[in-house]
Write a protein that binds this ligand. Sequence first.
Ligand code: SAH
Length: 228
Amino acid sequence: MRLDIITCLPRLLDSPFSDSILKRAQEKGLVTVKVHDLREYSTHKHRTTDDYAFGGGAGMVMMIEPIDRCIAYLKAERTYNEIIYMSPDGELLTQSIANQLSLKENLILLCGHYKGIDERVREHLITREISIGNYVLSGGELAAAVVADSVIRLLPGVLNDETSALSDSFQDGLIAPPVYTRPAEYNGWKVPDVLLSGHQAKIEDWKQEKALERTKSRRPDLNMGLTS
Ligand code: SAH
């Protein structure tokens, strides 16, 4: 998979991709992540990428030209499955959207800043809009990193144990069961006996039961395994 992220603040995206799973995924050649600095596509003397809003009002608006030039440059190199604008009024990111996106080959994530981007970008240049939640961030970079993380960890070979993404919350419409590690007792607080029993079938039954219990009490809206 190839992921191109367009931003006017590329440094905000340095750390999410330089550690742990996302770093290893790139090193293994399973994903290529390129961050593009919009300022390099500005035709203005001071490499400006924003301007005042027509009609007035507080806050700057990101201009269409640098965004158009950057997208055109990328599209000349390869075909993109989706050009996604990170937006608080987009469709809410879910595990099922992450699953869908993980099957794509080339994706662009466009990050807004300030008051947002010129509406004509949304009308003419992008194919999809994704929100990471019903709250407003100061920029799309953290949201793009969230989308990228949720998608990249699903690519085959990224997680060491191939089945581990499948047993995560939401993947089967259920919340994941609780997990424990050593020591088996701490301050008198014990790990459930069944997990130490070595009886695999009983352990699986326990996990399933806990997953159902948790889903019922915490997220009854998930429909108990019927939806994702
Ligand atoms: N004025 C806009 C908010 C702009 S916030 C409004 O009221 O809708 C600046 C940028 O942050 C946006 O352009 C978008 O790219 C990003 N952003 C903010 N909140 C987000 C969210 N919940 N999900 C995804 N991107 C978000």
